[in-house]
Ligand binder design. Structure first.
Ligand code: MG
Length: 174
């Protein structure tokens, strides 16, 4: 029997939400993938609504400060930033807390473009970023029926974390 009791819960859950407005003349990035479309998502960073929701879910799961607190839009450093940077910082905090990602599930709500043809590519990219198999990444896309939100993209994400048996032997996610 160990002399010090590990107080960490075996699993932890996290939830994240984000929304961005479509704007003409900028690239559309969703889940770390650039999609062909006549509009992109505005914002101080690259506007990747899905990676932002996942980042907040990871941070929330370990009760860390949220994405806006860690990467304030008022800081010129994050202008046009690749949102992968935010996700990697959240993953570092997850590992430092002694956890790994078990799975992630997300819903996207947007009128266009259709996500279906790109869903597999996005899932593979997100899985690679999270260090999990693609079958541990769920992605659903809905159109904003009755919401009058034709010019916005919304993302909801939940993550489940598993406690590492020995946090000091953590192998870094790529
Ligand atoms: Mg955002």
């Amino acid at each position: 029997m160990p002399t010090t009791r590990d107080q960490r819960p075996t699993t932890r859950i996290g939830y994240g939400f984000d929304s961005h407005e479509f704007r003409r003349g900028i690239p559309l990035k969703i889940g770390g993938i650039t999609l062909a479309h006549d509009k992109g998502l505005g914002g101080h960073s690259d506007g990747d609504v899905l990676l932002h929701a996942i980042t907040d879910a990871l941070l929330g799961a370990v009760a860390a400060p949220d994405i806006g607190a860690l990467f304030p839009p008022s800081d010129p450093k994050w202008k046009g930033a690749d949102s992968v940077v935010f996700l990697r910082e959240a993953l570092k905090r997850v590992r430092d807390a002694g956890y790994l990602v078990a799975n992630m599930d997300a819903s996207l709500i947007l009128a266009a473009p259709k996500i279906g043809p790109h869903a597999a590519t996005i899932r593979v990219r997100v899985a690679q970023l999270l260090g999990v198999h693609a079958d541990c990444v769920g992605l659903k896309a809905k159109t904003p029926e009755g919401l009058n939100l034709e010019n916005a993209a919304i993302a909801h994400a939940v993550v489940l974390l598993e406690k590492l048996a020995n946090p000091k032997k953590t192998r870094k996610n790529k």
